[in-house]
Design a protein around this ligand. Sequence first.
Ligand code: AMP
Ligand code: ZN
Length: 115
Amino acid sequence: MDCIFCKIVEGAIPSKKVYENEHVLAFHDIQPAAAVHVLIIPKKHIPTMNDAAGEDFALIGEIHKAAQIVAKELGIADSGYRLVNNCGKDGGQVVFHIHYHLLGGEKLSALNVRD
Ligand code: AMP
Ligand code: ZN
């Protein structure tokens, strides 16, 4: 399967890992949009939020749990952060393996929902 995030999970493509457990992996985004920009992904390949079903929702919970841990480890838990999933074309999803953006380390602008 030609999925860049599956390749990161397998170690075939390098990443700057910040957290890993049996379910999820967190690594720094290659093109940071904020002082802290980490991607948190399930190790299981799920293309988009529309494809999540059944036990996948426990994995989504694991992602939120990892976000809490990573935010603490990177020192942004108290200052605050944003956790974002882009789904599909209008959501601006580019990589079709579910991922959450953990953004923080500076005051983020208000959500811009339009270009
Ligand atoms: P999205 O638009 O929600 O699909 O976000 C995809 C994100 O993946 C973007 O922020 C990219 O900068 C990031 N990205 C793409 N390739 C890599 C990579 N090899 N390592 C880390 N982040 C990546
Ligand atoms: Zn994948």
